[in-house]
Design a protein around this ligand. Structure first.
Ligand SMILES: [Zn+2]
Length: 431
């Protein structure tokens, strides 16, 4: 494969981009379900994918192994270079009826970047990790692969069971691996950092007609459950002035959630340049009781999901939204109760490594669009252990976790250019 030395125009996509797209589509055919892309943790198609990736890593000259968490790992150690390695990778498992690029693209591109590095005699050790599990589909817990690499795999997880009753411990054994070796899956101290290349899975880059985004961090998330408790009563005999309608209160509050989350004043100058992505708040679930056409709703359960790149912004918004719910309920003479189900702090990407990545985007002649990631990624887990950075490629139509997921060849070319510059700069820095 040949790699362009400069950013290609949309009409001049390289053979490398075409080959990467073809490779992703071929891997997509390795599925648990005919006609759909479904590849859960350590299911038979994973062996097929590994056979394919292993031969490519061997072709590059890498030493290849599978660790006890089922991650496929390739190491390139150039002669004369120090042992400090840069890790590249992403995940190869999928959600049911997935697209062909979420995760896999980052692995296939990493192999291409290693191929270039070897061809150019880059004096930098490179490890590629194809993470075995990120989506959490088979055992209901995500990031099993990257937890092991980050040294954060809780052995209690081995008791988890999938829908067929197979334990996680047994799944690892069935794949020919030894769960006792999990501690050895942990990444060594001689690691420079981790770069994950991934599709954006959202509409921002396309809306701004950009190829690439530099991820500033993975957003933090709070989930709450609220109950509005009014009085159910006859819809015909109860005058409007004497009602305590729980659904009307919830509806007023849902509109307030949207209004408050859209308010620019909540967004301070943030890691990213663009304030609009700083806070999102969603009410996605509503259950009304008794849910009858001729009864005033007596009780309503609603969900609240709040995400932000800054924990302080999220905390402040959650407090304001819960306060708003109480004040609406009080004015309407009903009760409101809330419960926090989850509080997950934001994980910032490493400042220095991200600065190098941004320099490379600039050096490739592209605008640097810093943005938080609204979804979790392996880089979020590895970022708790070592410097991590992420590069997003545009997701056409903002579509992901869907068979219509796609990637533009031109964006693959620009990402390869940036990735190649990035590895070259790191090699210079550690010499
Ligand atoms: Zn992914």
């Amino acid at each position: 494969m040949t790699i362009p030395s400069q950013t290609a125009s949309p009409e001049q996509t390289s053979l490398a981009a075409a080959a990467i797209l073809e490779e992703c589509r071929l891997i997509a055919s390795m599925s648990e379900e005919p006609g759909r892309i479904t590849r859960r943790f350590l299911t038979p198609p994973v062996s097929q994918v590994y056979a394919r990736l292993r031969s490519q890593m061997l072709e590059v000259g890498m030493t290849v192994s599978v660790d006890s968490a089922g991650n496929l790992r390739g190491l390139w150690q150039p002669k004369g270079a120090g042992p400090r390695r840069m890790v590249l990778g992403s995940h190869i498992d999928t959600v049911p009826d997935a697209g062909a690029y979420d995760g896999v693209l980052g692995v296939v591109m990493a192999i291409e970047l290693a191929r270039q590095a070897v061809a150019n005699s880059l004096p930098l050790a490179i490890e590629i990790i194809a993470f075995s599990e990120e989506e959490g589909v088979r055992f209901g817990v995500p990031f099993l692969g990257s937890r092991a690499v980050a040294g954060r795999f809780d052995p209690a997880l081995l008791a988890l069971r999938d829908a067929e009753g197979v334990s996680l411990n047994q799944a690892i054994l069935d794949f020919g691996l030894d769960p006792g070796g999990l501690p050895q899956a942990q990444i060594g101290e001689d690691t420079i950092g981790f770069l994950e290349i991934h599709i954006e899975q959202g509409p921002v880059l396309e809306a701004e007609n950009l190829s690439l985004g530099v991820v500033t961090g993975i957003v933090g998330q709070t989930r709450c459950e609220l109950q509005f408790l009014g009085h159910a009563n006859h819809a015909g005999t109860t005058p409007m002035t004497l009602r305590h309608d729980a659904l009307a209160a919830a509806a007023e509050w849902i509109c307030a959630v949207e209004e408050i989350a859209r308010r620019p004043v909540l967004n301070p100058p943030l890691l990213g340049d663009h304030a609009e992505a700083a806070l999102v708040a969603t009410v996605g679930k509503v259950a009304t009781h008794p849910n009858a056409a001729n009864v005033i709703p007596g009780a309503v359960h609603v969900s609240l999901d709040v995400r932000a790149a800054h924990d302080a912004v999220r905390e402040e918004a959650v407090a304001e939204l819960l306060e708003k719910a109480s004040s609406i309920a009080m004015r309407r003479g009903i009760e409101c109760e809330s419960k926090r189900l989850m509080d997950q702090p934001a994980v910032p990407m490493d400042e220095q490594l991200t600065a190098v990545l941004a320099e490379c985007v600039e050096a490739a002649g592209l605008p640097v669009r810093r943005m938080p990631s609204g979804a979790g990624h392996d880089a979020m887990v590895l970022g708790t252990r070592l410097p991590a950075a992420m590069l997003f490629l545009q997701s056409p139509g903002g579509v992901s976790h869907h068979p219509n997921e796609s990637v533009r060849p031109h964006d693959i070319d620009t990402a390869l250019t940036v990735g190649s510059l990035f590895l070259r700069r790191l090699a210079l820095k550690i010499v």
